[in-house]
Design a protein around this ligand. Sequence first.
Ligand code: GLV
Ligand code: MG
Length: 324
Amino acid sequence: MSFHPIEQAPGRLNRSELAVPGSQPQMFEKAAQSDVDVIFLDLEDAVAPDEKAQARKNIIKALNEVDWNTKTMSIRINGLDTHYMYRDVVDIVEQAGERLDLIMIPKVGTAADVYAVDMLTTQVEDATGLTKRIGFEHIIETALGMQNVNAIAGASKRNESLHFGVADYAASMRARTTVIGGVNENYAVLTDPAEDGSRQVHWGDMWHSAIANMVVAARANGLRPIDGPFGDFSDPEGYKAAAFRAAVLGCEGKWAIHPSQIALANEVMSPSAAEVDKAERILKAMAEAEAAGKGAVSLDGRLIDYASIRQAEVLVEKAKQIAA
Ligand code: GLV
Ligand code: MG
């Protein structure tokens, strides 16, 4: 290990994260009763400019009055380039800070953006006498944010997670997309002709390097990497495929922009019974190997060593958290 310690963000379950517009209070109860891990009440892009002030009031009332049970509660504030943002933080933290766990900062571009919201949040927390510290979630969804992702990830003790905001990222990059978070048939490899002249098209994932880059920045700073939206909520298979790709790269959660996507995210982002069983057998085999003075052994015909223990421990820990 490096001599540089990595402090881990609070270990919240974040398999699914539901977006709920702050301007649609009729959706709040259903969200509160769902199986989602994290809810963000939105003040930003799902809310029209002339509804922003009312959405803020709806959110304050709901945070104070709705029974959100054990859910982690977040608000997505407006961008730092708008005049709505300071009041989002001041009003909501002042009037409903007790039930607010996280603030989601959209279109974050530099470490100084994080510093600015940290300063404002700290003042409001101190002035209202809040004793718990509200955490930050950052949406990496612009070219600037991706360029500065490492500095953003390390910019505040409040940081808990980085989210890949594919819709705005595509706009910022002027990428050619078809559906939010989906694939594009033009991002593909055409094989050389076979003997009979036939060729195959292998579609690729145009978001691979962006998500992988964000995961590195998140993990190197002890944060949770979370994959963002998948727009076509009538395509559960497409959603699951996107979620699996993100999970394989290290993401531990994915957004749900529709309640039907919550169960899909929870399923993909939870270790399967077979994975947990294998991890437990690895830990047992390694404990026996250690007792016999060995550093590596084989299990089911494959090598396992101390790196296998670390992977297995993460998996077993996650399974315990879900069970709890
Ligand atoms: C989320 O905010 C996105 O732009 O994808
Ligand atoms: Mg966005």
